[in-house]
Write a protein that binds this ligand. Structure first.
Ligand code: SF4
Ligand code: SF4
Length: 266
């Protein structure tokens, strides 16, 4: 922790960055903090409880402005940073990307290849609760899964906390707010909720970091992150997409190759 605080203070004091985004102790859990003065770096923490995906703030122009930012990125936030770079939403020369390894060593990444190399060797943080539910879902028939998700999604009251927590939900106007034409019914009902969540999961295709932040943000505890988790599995298995790499132009839903299998057309 001291090493991280020292690094953050150095970056701010030298003027290399104007803000450090990291975690501080919250009331019950660690929460994000935005530090602009070296004097405040003493409150920085980083441990296994720091699971919120801080990359979500990197596209908040009202927060970032033209500043150069340092971020303490978790394993999954590193994946999101690679994706945001791929989608040209952030620039690496305006960013200092830090992480704390399992050995408690502070690492500063110079290139996207360095981030990829780290992600490929670092242990993927385990989410034991998810494991049990994923196994349960995988053991269900298609009809049982539909029943499960219909029941879960019917509870959603469309607060959009899941959207706000996701680094990849950066559109200035979300499809749910479009009303000319209105693609998705704005009220909360089983059908309208399923429309929203299927749209959201589809929009995450090849983009989701599998961080679980959307599910963690849901005040009702709906396991919606497992919808996007399934999409990650599908694109990994069928499109050989590596979520640990930033490859320009590599978008599962907008890339066409003549040799693509078309066995999904029936
Ligand atoms: S969809 Fe959920 S799991 Fe995927 S990147 Fe967004 S917040 Fe993380
Ligand atoms: S956070 Fe939960 S209740 Fe709110 S829109 Fe997302 S799924 Fe629905």
């Amino acid at each position: 922790m001291e090493e991280l605080r020292k690094k953050a203070a150095e970056l701010l004091q030298s003027g290399e960055v104007q803000m450090v985004i990291g975690y501080e102790e919250g009331t019950r859990h660690p929460r994000p903090c935005f530090i602009s003065s070296a004097d405040d770096t003493a409150k920085l923490i980083y441990d296994d409880r720091c699971t919120g995906n801080l990359a979500v703030y990197l596209t908040h122009k009202e927060l970032i402005g033209g500043q150069k930012i340092a971020i303490t990125a978790s394993y999954f936030a590193l994946r999101s940073i690679l994706r945001l770079l791929t989608e040209h939403q952030i620039q690496l020369d305006k960013l200092v990307v830090l992480t704390v390894s399992a050995e408690r060593e502070v690492i500063q990444f110079a290139t996207t290849d360095d981030i990829t190399a780290y992600l490929q060797t670092a242990p993927v943080p385990a989410r034991e609760d998810d494991k049990a539910l994923i196994e349960k879902l995988n053991a269900m028939s298609r009809e049982e899964r539909w029943e499960f998700w219909s029941a879960e999604l019917s509870k959603c009251f469309k607060c959009y906390a899941c959207r706000a927590a996701c680094p990849m939900c950066y559109c200035t106007k979300c499809i749910v707010e479009e009303n000319r034409p209105q693609w998705i019914q704005p009220w909360a009902s089983t059908l309208a909720n399923i429309e929203w969540h299927i749209n959201r999961a589809m929009h995450m295709t090849g983009r989701c970091a599998d961080c679980g932040a959307c599910g963690a943000a849901c005040p009702l505890g709906l396991p919606i992150h497992l919808l996007s988790h399934q999409i990650v599995q599908e694109v990994t298995d069928n499109f050989a997409l590596d979520v640990n790499q930033a490859v320009s132009g590599d978008n599962a839903l907008s890339t066409f190759k003549p040799e693509d299998k078309e066995n999904f057309i029936r």
